[in-house]
Design a protein around this ligand. Structure first.
Ligand SMILES: Nc1nc2c(c(=O)[nH]1)N[C@H]1C(S)=C(S)[C@@H](COP(=O)(O)OP(=O)(O)OC[C@H]3O[C@@H](n4cnc5c(=O)[nH]c(N)nc54)[C@H](O)[C@@H]3O)O[C@H]1N2
Ligand SMILES: Nc1nc2c(c(=O)[nH]1)N[C@H]1C(S)=C(S)[C@@H](COP(=O)(O)OP(=O)(O)OC[C@H]3O[C@@H](n4cnc5c(=O)[nH]c(N)nc54)[C@H](O)[C@@H]3O)O[C@H]1N2
Ligand SMILES: [Mo]
Length: 782
């Protein structure tokens, strides 16, 4: 075995994945356009190996089609009905669907063979690759192996443990963003009937800085642009995201914009291939001609340098306005619709160019050119992702982007606006449904009226608050609706220890993951239907609904036979959980709701603004779009206007010799699900434990390419280690480093967060890099 930490049965267990062999890491720079032929080869071989030929083709014809299922991978919107293609998916969508629709099974015999300790010693890829969970499983106190349990007994156990809690606040209900609107709505209703707002979700680690920042600034925590706007924009700024890997279908949108002359600027410390060139894998002519150029300008900002860079661009906007008064800044918009402008402008004037250039790492002339694109473009869209949100200054980043848009009134008119690119396919919908630890009073008022109860008002725990509470022994029951909480969370070993202090942990899941092996005193794994599968309830087959990144609500119909007769739907599981925990005290008829999801949608329509006639409108092809008031220049903020927010350039937390590490995704993973060990566009093969460094830093630190090093995270005088990474010289600014998540999560302190959004700072971890002190491991782990 590679690493022995995980295989010992002592508590607390180490959750770090075992380091795999490094000697075979290969680096081969990739010079082709993103997608193209490679995408076809990779997606086809993955689908065939997991599904066989017939299931592969029938599945491919149903992804993202009106009568099919919503791709469970990313949240990028589908084209309108008239523009939809026969195959509306990408390489990584196929990987996600093939992983769910696989013919492989993890049945009770599997758990008889493998103890929890043995499973912990396997790597994440191996765990995922074993197949679909088929049966509810139970780990009794003190047991080494999970054993089968009936659904009835599983809910009886959950009911007993929840009723035995001193307070409802001693329970935590986590959600990952694949959960449908229907399941999410029931789940939050149940938690609040029980009496708690402890509803942390993956958003807390993802776009929370966006939700918090935009809510404060423009009154709604979502973007407002649509695909139509992408057809009208004169310029698109793409800041801190990697669509070639994480939202491949977005490349079609961007390539079309680029072809008609829209100017695209990318802001990213890494020269990501998908930001440079794209060839549509389903259009042979496109591939023959070498694809389409995406970004005409690439700003290789330093990690954490975005506030400074945006300030630089805005300083140029001010300069241009001084040269051409009344021509550049949209003063009428600002007068009528914005507040805080004078203070903002004064602070911007006082910011020195030296600080802007030093902190962003971009020279003044380059900033001037980027500003010129912004100024000469009538309609501008800004897109962003995790490179913006996951910092101690994540909210400052988001609000600085919005400041830039506001300066020229780039909001609430065609072809302009904000486009935060969401991650999980229904993460935005889950929040709309009330999965939130700090719900608005108006939402709770309405929920209480519709269901005849007084919802709890005190804020619940976000992800990092939940981990701390568990660590302090305050949490008796931890329940997860999907996801991989302990592995996706920061501070891996601290989180594992926190989980081990719960009385009961329970995970609703489709596939086995390392998180399920991080148990409390007792634990449950509850296997559920995936989005691709037929969901049969009392009233017949059901569909569910999701909300994409552009606030479009649409239906998703499962089409495949369920992976096992024991699988249950997420809404059904919530209904049984609620009955077991609330018993006769519940005023809700859970069986009626879950027997026919139209009943759930009726309650959603009564509770949540924008969902009137939900059942009718969602049956129309393509669904319907939620109105975003900010997109109509109605700003429901404390000033009643869009607010310019003033933010200083963040201080550099590095002491000499330290680097800022961004933890990123490879092309062969979906979050903690590891499909393989290659990262094609970055040219790395057969390894995940690599750290990308600038060649000058490699030399300065006295290292050589491919040398094995330990990464040491430093935060407030504490240090944390992630051992054995191979150094790979890469096109990245000096002082910066990048390595994959979740291998690097042990480095991130739980309290290293943005103070407003509480988002872990996973893109700016202060690290020291030292030659390894850990012994070489054998190759057995893979
Ligand atoms: N195939 C696949 N698809 C996915 C996912 C997946 O894991 N695999 N995950 C889904 C989820 S949940 C999410 S949230 C999205 C994530 O999608 P992205 O937002 O693209 O996420 P990341 O890969 O974490 O990192 C984004 C980029 O930020 C850049 N970056 C790092 N630090 C900085 C910085 O300081 N400034 C700037 N400007 N850029 C920086 C990195 O170089 C990287 O290119 O994708 C979703 N889609
Ligand atoms: N260091 C670092 N940490 C990060 C990030 C980072 O960039 N760097 N990114 C953060 C981000 S953006 C996010 S969103 C989180 C992700 O955190 P999570 O959402 O908690 O994690 P995932 O890896 O997406 O969860 C995958 C698991 O979900 C389960 N699953 C899949 N489909 C279904 C389904 O249909 N139903 C149910 N019930 N279960 C299902 C499977 O068991 C699978 O193993 O991680 C965060 N953590
Ligand atoms: Mo995410």
């Amino acid at each position: 075995m590679a690493d022995q930490e995980g295989s010992s049965p002592v508590t607390p267990p180490s959750l770090s994945p075992p380091p795999v062999e490094l000697s075979k890491v290969q680096v081969q720079p990739y010079h082709h356009p993103a997608a193209g032929v490679g995408a076809i080869i990779h997606s086809t071989s993955m689908a065939l190996s997991q599904l066989g030929p017939i299931r592969s083709v029938s599945m491919a014809l149903k992804i993202n089609q009106i009568e099919g299922f919503d791709c469970p991978s990313c949240a990028w919107t589908e084209a309108g009905q008239d523009r939809r293609e026969t195959f509306e998916f990408c390489e990584n969508g196929v990987k996600a669907v093939a992983a769910e629709a696989t013919k492989r099974r993890v049945a009770p015999e599997f758990f008889r063979k493998w103890s929890v300790a043995d499973l912990r010693a396997r790597n994440d890829h191996w765990l995922e690759d074993q197949g679909r969970l088929t049966h509810p499983m139970h780990l009794a106190p003190g047991a080494d192996h999970f054993a089968p349990i009936s659904w009835e007994d599983a809910f009886a156990l959950l009911g007993r443990e929840l009723k035995a809690l001193g307070s409802p606040h001693d329970a935590v209900f986590y959600t990952s963003g694949r959960t449908s609107n229907e399941a999410a709505f029931l789940y939050q209703l149940f938690a609040r009937l029980l009496g708690t707002n402890n509803l942390p979700d993956c958003s807390n680690m993802c776009h929370e800085s966006t939700s918090f920042g935009l809510q404060e600034q423009i009154g709604v925590g979502k973007g407002m642009v649509t695909l139509d706007d992408f057809e009208l924009a004169d310029a698109i700024f793409m800041i801190g995201h990697n669509p070639g890997t994480n939202h491949p279908r977005m490349l079609t949108t961007l390539a079309n914009a680029s072809k008609r002359g829209c100017r695209i600027v990318a802001v990213n410390p890494l020269r990501e291939r998908g930001l440079e060139r794209f060839a549509h894998p389903q259009h042979p002519m496109d591939m023959l001609h070498g694809g389409t150029a995406i970004a005409e300008m690439f700003l290789s900002v330093k990690i954490g340098g975005d506030v400074a860079l945006l300030k630089g661009i805005m300083k140029e906007v001010f300069e241009a306005e001084r040269r051409n008064p009344g021509q550049v800044i949209d003063l009428p918009f600002i007068r009528d619709h914005a507040s805080g402008y004078d203070e903002f402008a004064a602070e911007l004037d006082a910011t020195s160019w030296d600080d802007v250039v030093a902190s962003s790492g971009i020279d003044r002339e380059t900033i001037r050119k980027a500003a010129e694109i912004y100024i000469t473009s009538d309609r501008v869209i800004a897109c962003w992702g995790m490179g913006v949100t996951q910092h101690r200054w994540g909210v400052a980043n988001v609000q600085s982007i919005m400041n830039l848009l506001l300066l020229r009134g780039n909001i609430g008119r065609p072809g302009a606006g904000a486009c935060p690119v969401r991650g999980h396919s229904n993460v935005q919908g889950d929040r709309t449904m009330g999965i939130f630890e700090r719900p608005a009073a108006a939402f709770l008022d309405r929920l209480g009226q519709v269901f005849g109860f007084e919802p709890p008002r005190e804020p619940g725990y976000s992800v990092v608050e939940a981990i701390k509470a568990m660590h302090e022994g305050k949490v008796g029951v931890f329940f997860a609706m999907g996801g991989n909480f302990p592995v996706a969370s920061p501070d891996t070993d601290y989180t594992a220890e926190a989980m081990s202090r719960c009385r009961l942990t329970a995970y609703v899941a489709t596939k086995l993951n390392r998180g399920h092996l991080t148990t409390g005193r007792e634990s449950l794994i509850l296997p559920c239907l995936g989005r691709t599968e037929i969901d049969e309830q009392a009233a017949g087959p059901q569909f569910v609904t999701v909300e994409d990144s552009m606030s479009i609500i649409h239906a998703s119909h499962g089409v495949l036979k369920p992976g096992s007769p024991m699988l249950r739907s997420e809404p059904w599981i919530v209904a049984q959980l609620a009955k077991a925990a609330l018993g006769a005290s519940s005023t809700v008829d859970w069986d009626e709701l879950v027997g026919d999801y139209d009943r759930i949608r009726e309650r959603i329509a009564q509770t949540i603004p924008g969902f009137h006639d939900f059942n009718v409108r969602v049956r129309r092809p393509g669904g319907f779009m939620l109105i975003n008031p900010a997109g109509e220049r109605r700003f429901v903020t404390t000033t009643g206007k869009a607010r310019f927010m003033t933010h200083p350039i963040p201080a550099d937390a590095r002491t000499p010799g330290r680097l800022l590490l961004a933890t990123i995704r490879s092309h062969d993973q979906f979050n903690t699900t590891i499909y393989g060990f290659d990262d094609r566009y970055r040219g790395v093969y057969d390894a995940r434990r690599v750290v990308f460094l600038n060649a000058r830093d490699v030399a300065r630190l006295g290292l050589v390419d491919r040398q094995v090093v330990d990464l040491i995270g430093e935060h407030r005088g504490e240090s944390r280690v992630a051992p054995r990474f191979a150094v790979v010289a890469h096109d990245i600014p000096e002082g910066c480093a990048a390595a994959y998540y979740p291998e690097t999560n042990p480095l991130i302190a739980c309290d290293d967060v943005d103070p407003h959004s509480l988002t872990p700072s996973s893109k700016s971890v202060v690290v020291r890099i030292v030659p390894t002190t850990h012994p070489a491991e054998s190759a057995a782990a893979v």
